[in-house]
Ligand binder design. Structure first.
Ligand SMILES: C[S@@+](CC[C@H](N)C(=O)[O-])C[C@H]1O[C@@H](n2cnc3c(N)ncnc32)[C@H](O)[C@@H]1O
Length: 199
């Protein structure tokens, strides 16, 4: 699988090509969490968001369907006792309804054949009053981002859609989710976090 194959170089590529954006968006997402939160992270990859979130929250279950990405994340967070790692497909979660205060799914929604299935799973496992946080690279918004996405895709990333600001907003509207706020970290490959409150 593509993600297992690139697990060893993912951080190097991300840090080299898009370090500024990644630092800003991960810190922003972490700032939305607090010490009382039980959190689920889907598609955690090598743990780019996992580490800053785990440093702040009560408990974190970090999941991904690629074993080797999970192994990298686990290594990164080995000193943190409040995070556990599980293999899970974002479209078929085994957690009970309303289990988590915050649910995070970063840089994965554009890779999925069936994003609405993933969205309904994220919604289902989020508690009433909780928050779903979906940061995604908006790679159509700059030329270098678009080229990088094309290169990534040629290697086998399997992008199913490419967003810019407008199409990212429309994506949620069309699925019937009211996004209370968008926050974009600008840079080479901008990343936009959609914040959905489950009231
Ligand atoms: C671009 S990486 C993002 C990783 C991390 N969230 C980040 O922002 O650095 C995409 C990740 O999504 C995972 N993924 C793709 N489809 C998935 C699915 N259906 N269920 C769970 N994980 C999935 C891949 O294994 C990979 O680790």
């Amino acid at each position: 699988m593509f993600w297992n194959k690139i697990s060893g170089i993912y951080d190097f590529v991300e840090n080299t090509f898009n370090g500024k954006v990644n630092r800003e968006i991960t810190q922003y997402v972490a700032s939305l969490t607090n010490e009382d939160d039980d959190i689920l992270e889907c598609a955690c990859g090598t743990g780019m968001f996992t580490l800053p979130i785990a440093r702040r929250c009560k408990s974190l279950i970090a999941t991904d369907f690629a074993d080797r990405m999970l192994a990298q994340a686990q290594k990164k967070c080995r000193h943190l006792p409040n995070v556990i790692f599980k293999k899970a497909d974002i479209t078929k979660l085994s957690y009970a309804d309303e289990s988590f205060d915050k649910v995070v799914a970063a840089n994965v929604i554009h890779l999925l054949d069936n994003p609405s299935k993933a969205m309904s799973e994220l919604w289902r496992v989020c508690r009433k009053g909780g928050v779903i946080i979906i940061p995604t690279y908006i790679n159509k918004s700059t030329k270098s981002a678009s080229l990088a996405a094309k290169a990534f895709n040629m290697l086998g990333a399997g992008l199913k859609r490419e967003f810019d600001d407008k199409s990212y907003h429309e994506f949620f509207e069309q699925m019937g989710y009211a996004v209370s706020e968008y926050h974009t970290a600008d840079g080479r490959m901008p990343c936009c976090a959609a914040i959905i409150r489950k009231n």
